[in-house]
Design a protein around this ligand. Structure first.
Ligand SMILES: [Fe+2]
Length: 206
C-alpha cells in the first residue's frame, strides 16, 4: 500500500539541546520523506501496491532484484519506529517488566547500555542498533544500511539510527557522544515497554 510520511510525534524543537530542530527537519522532512516517495514510486502499479509494508518487506528481503524496494521500504519502517524511540525527557532506565527482563536476560541496565553503545558505535558505515525480543529472549543487535529485525522474526523494542544523517549536524564525527546522549536524554523507554507488553500479550494469545 502506498505509504504516507507520518508526522514526527513531537515538535521539531522538542528534543533540543540533545537533537536539534535542524537535524530533525532534515532527517524527517528530507531523508525519511525520500524513502517514502521512492518506495511508492517503486511499488505503484505492482502487486506490492496493495500489500501492507511489513508483508512486502518479508516478501522481498534477500531478493537481489528487489533490493531498492526493500531498502526504501525498510528505511521507511525503521524511521517511523525510530521517531517513537525518542522523547523529550527520555533516557535513563526502563521500568516494570522490561526492566526485570533486562536484568534477567542482559545482566542489568548497565550491561545493556554498554553492549548497546558498542553495537551502535561499531556498526561499520550506516545502520541501526536495536534492542529486540528474539524467541522470548532480549538481545542487542545491529543491522547494516536498511536492514531491519522485522525480517528476522524479531520484535523490535528500541532502536537508534546511526546513519551519519542522524547526528552529523549536531555531533559531527562523534558518534559515541550521540549514542550516549540518546541513552541519557532521549531513549523513549515508555515506547519500548509498550512494545514489550504487546509482545507478551501476543505470545499469551497464541
Ligand atoms: Fe535516518
Amino acid at each position: 500500500m502506498a505509504l504516507t510520511l507520518p508526522p514526527l510525534p513531537f515538535d521539531t524543537n522538542a528534543l533540543e539541546p540533545h537533537m536539534s530542530a535542524n537535524t530533525l527537519a532534515f532527517h524527517h522532512d528530507k531523508h525519511h520523506a525520500a524513502y517514502v516517495t521512492a518506495y511508492n514510486n517503486l511499488t505503484k502499479d505492482s502487486p506490492y501496491a496493495t500489500k501492507p509494508l511489513e508483508a512486502v518487506l518479508l516478501e522481498v528481503a534477500g531478493k537481489a532484484d528487489k533490493t531498492a524496494i526493500f531498502n526504501n521500504g525498510a528505511q521507511a519502517w525503521n524511521h517511523t519506529f525510530f521517531w517513537n524511540c525518542l522523547a523529550a525527557g527520555g533516557g535513563g532506565k526502563p521500568q516494570g517488566k522490561l526492566a526485570a527482563k533486562i536484568d534477567s536476560d542482559l545482566g542489568g541496565y548497565g550491561k545493556f547500555a554498554e553492549v548497546f553503545k558498542t553495537a551502535a558505535t561499531t556498526q561499520f558505515g550506516s545502520g541501526w542498533a536495536w534492542l529486540v525480543l528474539d524467541k522470548g529472549k532480549l538481545a542487542v543487535t545491529k543491522t547494516a544500511n536498511a536492514d531491519t529485525p522485522l525480517v528476522y522474526n524479531q520484535t523490535a523494542l528500541l532502536t537508534i539510527d546511526v546513519w551519519e544523517h542522524a547526528y552529523y549536524l549536531d555531533f559531527q564525527n562523534r558518534r559515541p557522544d550521540f549514542v550516549q546522549s540518546f541513552l541519557d536524554h532521549l531513549a523513549n523507554w515508555r515506547f519500548a515497554e509498550q512494545n514489550f507488553e504487546k509482545a507478551l500479550q501476543a505470545k499469551a494469545a497464541e
